[in-house]
Design a binder for this molecule. Structure first.
Ligand SMILES: NC(=O)c1ccc[n+]([C@@H]2O[C@H](COP(=O)([O-])OP(=O)(O)OC[C@H]3O[C@@H](n4cnc5c(N)ncnc54)[C@H](OP(=O)(O)O)[C@@H]3O)[C@@H](O)[C@H]2O)c1
Length: 188
């Protein structure tokens, strides 16, 4: 039987030092020169992921910059992915992508069942992760803080989390480009 208590719901992402996931026009051009993903915790993190969730802006970015730019047109994840949108969006042939809308709680239950003991990855954006936090479903935040500021853009996590504060579990330097911070989110 699956031990849902051992599974974690994790927000794993990169942000600028001033707390933005992307520029106002959804560019990530600032991110890629900062370091090599294989030097971060990503390879070990993704091995433990059993289900993913993302908002439509993140999905559309993936469609244009990953799927359509790849010669094979392939989706990069083997795990099932839930995409939140109020619109009808195209899928990717051969990929397990499930379009949903509204309350995150029933979707999270479906994700946990599909993950079968592995973790749930909240890819972003920030407000969608905030909706999971509002429902007390966010366990951890792992953020690679890039050595740049953007001044404006898509926020990392537009919520007030002050008391209890996040609990810092680790901080790791990744070259000159990133500080990787790992937090536990205490349940109020
Ligand atoms: N730096 C990184 O590592 C990183 C990580 C993740 C994302 N990103 C980037 O950051 C940006 C994030 O964009 P974003 O903040 O706009 O967030 P997003 O979560 O990707 O997209 C937001 C959209 O998702 C839909 N949505 C969210 N919650 C919903 C719900 N409960 N029910 C139905 N639809 C819902 C809505 O769009 P509709 O209903 O209109 O479809 C909403 O406008 C993107 O450019 C992405 O590529 C960067």
């Amino acid at each position: 039987m699956t031990d849902v208590n051992a599974m974690r719901t994790q927000y794993y992402t990169a942000s600028s030092l001033d707390g933005f996931l992307a520029t106002p026009d959804d560019s990530l051009e600032w991110l890629f020169p900062l370091g090599d993903i294989n030097e971060t915790s990503y390879p070990e993190f993704i091995r433990e992921v059993g289900a993913l969730a993302m908002g439509s802006a993140t999905y559309e970015w993936m469609l244009w910059h990953v799927v359509k730019s790849d010669q094979s047109g392939s989706w990069p994840y083997t795990q099932p992915t839930w995409v939140f949108s109020s619109r009808q969006l195209p899928g990717v042939p051969g990929a397990d992508i499930r379009f949903v809308r509204g309350d995150v709680r029933p979707v999270h239950a479906q994700m946990q069942a599909a993950a079968a003991g592995r973790n749930v990855w909240l890819v972003g954006g920030g407000d969608l992760v905030g909706q999971f936090h509002d429902a007390s479903l966010l366990d951890e935040i792992i953020v690679q803080v890039g050595s740049v500021t953007l001044g404006a853009g898509k926020p990392l996590l537009p919520r007030r989390i002050t008391s209890p504060s996040l609990q810092l579990l680790s901080a790791r330097r990744i070259g000159d480009g990133f500080a990787e911070l790992h937090y536990r989110v205490p349940k109020a």
